[in-house]
Design a protein around this ligand. Structure first.
Ligand SMILES: Cc1ncc(COP(=O)(O)O)c(C=O)c1O
Length: 389
């Protein structure tokens, strides 16, 4: 099983040993019979502490990310919280990118701040700026997204690992946008990988979940103890849905990308679009790094509207096939205005996003239909600008 597409289907998902069922059973039981006091049949006693359906997903995730252990928890934010509370103490310092999911900054600054954790934001695409920030205040943890949400910046993970480890800091990579199919952060030096399973790994917009993957066993027990103590484990049905999603991850990602290139080509033609941002485009400043550290460029595209925020709002409200909604990574195409939706919490922080920005999650529908829908919405943008003139 050397190829990712094969492992995505079989790793952690071997037929059920008890029945031979090819699709692993869904264990909804909250508790498990003890054969005798202190004698468990398969190591499971209570679902908060462990559940076979969750174990199966965790085995898949650890295998696909090349980690020593993985934990499935109730959301991407819960995965972040568990990692931060495992590795940080009052007085700890975090270095975060200046473009990242707004919820991450809110969690570190807003929730952990009052507990004595500090955070600085820096342009992680600029290694000199990162070295200067590290020299100013040594971080305990460097938190990287790549590609970033929502500006799709590409960060050199190996370079960041060298800088972080040189300062005795851990490197955490949020691999949500790339997925393990397109990027393997642990092989590039990351200590911890986290995911919002809600996105491409689940893939069908029907589950909210998160994952923590550890490069080695050192902190595995501590992470598990926190998850078990606070009860963060992902519910069995949600685990089962993500396990099913994983099997089609490679084919979905290939189609997301094929469609993303088609959409980019069409959007680049429009005079209403000031900038098309996609790591697969040679015009993207991180294109060469993306080519070197990724196995593809993913399904997220962002654009800046020549007509500013007003045009951006009309654009996102005018599509029919692209649903105006937060989240991303599902089979269906979504569109949103980060400044007032997903990244509203970043307003007034160093992570504030441009107001003319629109983020598009390219689904796996037919590319011609996607292009036609965006082109029709751009016509509405043009009409609206003409009416206002
Ligand atoms: C890059 C990234 N990380 C983490 C999260 C948080 O994940 P969740 O919504 O599953 O809690 C998100 C959510 O949008 C995200 O985009």
């Amino acid at each position: 099983m050397t190829h990712f597409s094969t492992r995505a289907i079989h790793e952690g998902q071997e037929p059920d040993p008890a029945t031979g069922a090819v699709s692993r059973p869904l264990h909804l039981s909250s508790t498990f019979r003890h054969d005798a006091v202190g004698q468990l049949r398969a190591g499971y006693e209570y679902t908060r502490s462990g559940n076979p359906t969750r174990s199966s997903l965790q085995d898949s995730l650890a295998g696909l990310e090349g980690g020593a252990a993985a934990y499935a928890v109730s959301s991407g934010m819960q995965a972040e919280d568990i990692v931060l509370r495992t590795f940080l103490r009052p007085g700890s310092h975090v270095l975060l990118g200046d473009d990242a999911y707004a919820g991450t900054h809110r969690l570190i600054a807003g929730i952990l701040g009052p507990w004595g954790v500090t955070v600085d934001s820096v342009d992680l695409t600029d290694p000199d700026a990162v070295r200067a920030a590290v020299a100013r205040k040594a971080p305990d943890l460097v938190w990287v997204e790549t590609p970033t949400n929502p500006l799709l910046q590409v960060v050199d993970i190996a370079e960041l690992a060298t800088i972080a480890h040189g300062a005795n800091a851990l490197l955490v990579v949020d691999n949500t946008f790339a997925t393990p199919y397109l990027q393997q952060p642990i092989s590039l030096g990351a200590d911890v990988v986290i995911h919002s399973l809600t996105k491409f790994l689940g893939g069908h917009s029907d589950v909210v979940g998160g994952a923590i993957v550890l490069a080695d066993e050192t902190h595995s027990e501590t992470v598990y103890d926190l998850i078990n103590s606070v009860g963060s484990g992902l519910a069995p049905f949600d685990c089962w849905l993500v396990s099913r999603g994983l099997k089609t991850l490679p084919v979905r990602m290939d189609r997301h990308e094929e469609n993303a290139f088609a959409v980019c080509a069409a959007l680049e033609e429009s005079d209403l679009i000031a900038e098309v941002i996609y790591p697969g485009l040679p015009s993207h400043p991180g294109h060469e790094i993306a080519k070197a550290q990724m196995f593809g460029f993913g399904g997220m595209v962002s654009v800046r509207l020549a007509g500013g925020e007003a045009a951006a709002r009309v654009f996102v409200e005018s599509t029919e096939l692209f649903t105006l909604a937060e989240s991303l990574g599902g089979v269906e195409s979504l569109i949103e205005h980060p400044a007032t939706m997903t990244h509203l919490a970043a307003e007034g922080t160093p992570l504030q996003v441009p107001r003319d920005l629109v983020r598009i999650s390219i689904g796996i529908e037919h590319k011609d239909d996607l292009v036609a829908d965006l082109q029709a919405a751009l016509e509405r943008v043009r009409e609206s600008a003409e009416a206002a003139a």
